[in-house]
Design a protein. Structure first.
Length: 185
């Protein structure tokens, strides 16, 4: 692997994580998705800024990860999913989003922009993560592993190469973005 040295250097990994995290927060802020009114507008289906930014990020990330994997620059470590972990994760995320009005990424970006309500939310995220980590051993056996998914990835599920799946998803995202633009949303 070309970047084996980076994988062995923990300090460099942390530095790269910090740099990319700051860049991500900056781009969220510049895209307008750290604004409470924009997020609420998305939830009320009156402002589609969040959908456009997230679909664009998914498109770029998906193509980038696929290209890096094809070039043997990365190895992916996919964790098997389950109905139990999806339901628990969705409930935690949904309740937090409903109470705060931010998701974790937009809360961090809003905090970086000086939003005090996001500071309270970030404190809640840290406390909630600590509680979840403490309860994880009990949850893992009781709930999180219930209803294991039949495959780790969509290409594995259908027995196909990742390239056609990535291409199909990319095409769908482009169509949705074009429709939003055409409709003026």
């Amino acid at each position: 692997m070309p970047f084996e040295g980076i994988r062995q250097n923990r300090s460099l990994q942390v530095l790269l994580g910090l740099v990319f995290g700051i860049a991500f927060g900056f781009l969220l802020q510049r895209g307008g998705v750290t604004l409470y009114d924009v997020i609420i507008g998305q939830l009320l289906l009156s402002d589609f800024t969040v959908v456009k930014v997230m679909l664009s990020a998914i498109l770029v990330g998906m193509i980038g990860v696929h290209a890096m994997k094809t070039a043997d620059l990365v190895r992916l470590h996919v964790r098997a999913g389950s109905v139990g972990s999806t339901v628990i994760g969705g409930l935690i995320f949904g309740v937090g989003f409903a109470v705060l009005g931010y998701c974790p990424g937009t809360a961090a970006g809003a905090l970086g922009s000086g939003a005090l309500d996001a500071a309270v939310g970030m404190a809640g995220i840290v406390i909630g993560a600590g509680i979840f980590a403490r309860l994880y051993p009990a949850l893992e056996g009781a709930v999180l592993n219930r209803g294991k998914f039949p495959a780790e990835t969509i290409p594995q599920l259908f027995g196909v190469s990742p390239a056609p799946v990535a291409g199909a998803v990319a095409a769908m995202i482009v169509v949705v973005l074009a429709l939003l633009a055409f409709m003026g949303l």
